[in-house]
Ligand binder design. Structure first.
Ligand code: ZN
Length: 220
């Protein structure tokens, strides 16, 4: 089963990806992991990528696509894979199509986990961390027993990180929307897109995903 998983930060994409890995015994492929591994292994592409990274630049698409191409030929992808966080743009999606064409693979489904903007905003801005010991809380699902006091270390240092502030989250969500909307359209036109409602319990979201995969004839 070859899947691309799309979803905003805070949509629960990571959780669903882990469920998919478990159920279908397929690897999750993220460009971050591939990059790190190629750099560590010192492959030709890894060296190229490293030179861009150390000079503070973005790794160009052809390097990323080259790594993806190599990764797709690893044995563990025989049963399929999940792309998480890739492709990020139309040129990457087109490059991926070319790779599939070359190595004789087809993409089975693109799943988009859709959660209302305001719901994600609430989810993400509810995060709190202890500035002293790093314990993580969520005001909605797992608040500290006493408001503002860390359960673990007892200090009154439970705070909202700058990354979780409403302004920052809004900004990140807008960037996601802008970059992902064209991809959604791209895969919709090819009849590959399925939208899954992500505004419910993780297990229920996953049931819907499994249903979608079965209905489209992709479940193993
Ligand atoms: Zn603490």
């Amino acid at each position: 089963m070859r899947i691309i998983l799309l979803g905003a930060p805070g949509s629960g994409k990571g959780t669903q990806s882990a469920y998919l890995v478990d159920k279908y015994e397929i690897p999750q492929i993220s460009t971050g992991d591939i990059l790190r591994k190629a750099v560590t292994d010192g492959t030709e592409l890894g060296k190229k990528a490293e030179s861009f990274m150390t000079s503070g630049g973005l790794v160009p698409d052809d390097v990323i696509l080259g790594m993806i191409r190599e990764r797709l030929q690893d044995e563990d992808t025989e049963r399929g894979f999940i792309f998480d966080g890739f492709p990020r743009s139309i040129p990457q999606a087109e490059g991926l199509d070319d790779i599939f064409g070359e190595i004789g693979m087809t993409l089975d489904r693109v799943l988009e986990i859709r959660v209302p903007f305001e719901t994600i905003l609430t989810r993400m801005t509810s995060r709190r961390v202890c500035a002293h010991c790093g314990a993580v809380y969520n005001l909605r699902s797992q608040p500290p027993k006493v408001d503002g006091i860390c359960d673990r270390c007892g200090r009154a240092e439970v705070v909202q990180r700058e990354d979780d502030s409403e302004e920052t989250v809004r900004h990140r969500l807008q960037i996601y929307e802008t970059s992902t909307a064209p991809l959604v359209e791209y895969y919709e036109r090819r009849g590959l897109l399925s939208v899954v409602e992500g505004d419910k319990a993780p297990q229920d979201v996953f049931s819907e995903i499994v249903q979608v995969l079965e209905d489209s004839g992709n479940a193993l």
